[in-house]
Design a protein around this ligand. Sequence first.
Ligand code: ADP
Ligand code: MG
Length: 686
Amino acid sequence: MTMDLNAPVSTLKGVGAVRQEALKKLEISTLCELLHHFPRDYEDRRARLKIAALSPDMTAVVKAGVVSVDGGQPRFGRGRQKQAPLKLLVRDDTGVLEIIFFQGAYLAKAFSPGAEYVFYGKVAASGPMLQMIHPDFSRADEGGGREILPVYPLAAGLSQKDLRRWTEMLMPSAAQMPEPLPPDTVARNKLCGVGYALENIHYPKDRQRLQEARYRLIFEELLTLQAGLMMLKTAHDAGGEGIAARSGADGAPFVSGLPYTLTGAQQRALAEINADMESARAMNRLVQGDVGSGKTVVAAAAMYKAVKSGYQTVMMAPTETLARQHFEEFAVLFAKHGARIAYLTGNVKGIERKKTLEKLAQNEIDILIGTHAVIQADVVFANLGLVVTDEQHRFGVNQRVSLSKKGENPDILVMTATPIPRTLAFIFYGDLDISVIDERPPGRRAVITRAVDADGREAAYEFIRREIRNGNQAYVVAPLIEDSEELALRSAKGIYAELSRLFKGFSVALIHGQMKQQEKDAVMGRFYAGETDILVSTVLIEVGINVPKATVMLIENAERFGLAQLHQLRGRVGRGRRQSYCILVTENDSREAGDRARILVSTDDGFQIAEKDLELRGPGEFFGVRQHGIPGLRIASLVRHVKVLQAVRNEAAALLSEDPRLERQENEGLLAQIRKLFRTAADVGI
Ligand code: ADP
Ligand code: MG
């Protein structure tokens, strides 16, 4: 029997007022929403193990009978009522296992001695006894003989068993669900049908089918979001834009003149940029690449092409130090190509500034590099054709827009090492195309990361001494400039004094945001030149700095920094072929600080880190999603699925160019999805 999927969940057997409320916490009020409550994991009974085969730290599925149920009753401590954990002893024909649920009183009734259950979780050891703490579980006779069972996100008052029973009841209706996507979209993108997808996301027969189902559902969700946002965008700027044509000057001499070959990912990004620049439509492209992936040279190649096409070009960087670094790097990169390069920041003043502005207005400068000083009103270009922002996440969208207003519809290229937070905003505001540089230059080794507490500092210093003796350099970063009475934190000045004492015979330098620009430049200059062994700094050093001989990054009070920031800081080392190290000194053993350190120790993949950051901080804070009125996603991730997003953008563009308001009959289903997804967003007017 099939059911009307728009009906409320209360039409399901077993859902009364109480469970209806509980489901509401999961944002489920209709059957359709229940079908779109996707499993967070699966209990794969095919991979079931015998208890004798378990060992600590493995994640396993075990089928075992309950021998005894213990505890879980309230225990009366002094004054406050405490609860003893619920302990089960379970066994199969090879051994016994202890199952523990802290605060587990409410579960006591779920287990009957003698009955068999399947437990799924991580194995731990307590003395000779193996344990599972808070495993997922289900009765062995439940699941209708299925081998792979869904594990759902739950809310108080709901059990896995409930959700499984209900989704199971919906399966026949799911299989009959009409396909919401246009048939051409399904065919072009080789998607499986919606019924197949829903069945296999909940009750997959094998991994292969699960993959197909996941891909289809991710695609559908992103397409709905993307097409909706594009429709919004068209509604917003209905005014239309002029178009600047670009001649196709040959960029090959620049690339072949480099001292290295571009990585495959760099080449792909550059090819995408070239195609944009050569097309009549103005480029609006985001280049996303992890720290050290080599974004700068890709931007430089695009700027070369713009100059050779007869245009001026500008690059805006978030800090003076970074602008200076780019300027110097570009001076080398462009030396043999005869481009005229200038530099403009807040510290370029008086006559010098006046001259630069004059030349710029008279087309005597080809490439301008600077900070946000380049968007000031009196900065006028003669013929601006390409605008680049580096480390875009440090700028507001408005600053990027102001910069592009300096030309007549110039090509726009934005670079960021922060994969997610802005992705969403970009899609929303900018309608940017995305290139991903997901490869590092050859010979790079992963940075080895260690977390230590204050007792480990001595050994860390010894390690730094050794690295310096081997011809390397080190950064030491602190959260404060000066010691503070209120905050018991390490400060850059304090550390500088300490290291100057401890590192006799070495050269230690200090840099921080309160120093004059000239001093900063001088300090950085000496560090670049290798004259300084240790650079003590505040987070000033965070963005974009590139000194290949620096192999150690020691971060004090690492608990004070966010994950993304720590990852950026760590990206200052490991930029050459030498093995590099990052040492996180943590003085506070909060769980969150521990979690962050563990993540950094375990991976140096910026995308994964961003994803974890999202988990730790929650989507609201991370994206500002709610503020932008962008609906939440159920299965797709704007972090992990950037590549799907790309296919999705092409598809959405194709659909909308044929049928801008999705009025055709075959697009009806998609339009309905869009309206549903954006239902909660404020006055979107689609
Ligand atoms: P980011 O993407 O973090 O901005 P950069 O552009 O600063 O990275 O590049 C990091 C370093 O890698 C620079 O020293 C740059 O010269 C070098 N580099 C970039 N591309 C390559 C390549 N294909 N092969 C070798 N080195 C490269
Ligand atoms: Mg960079």
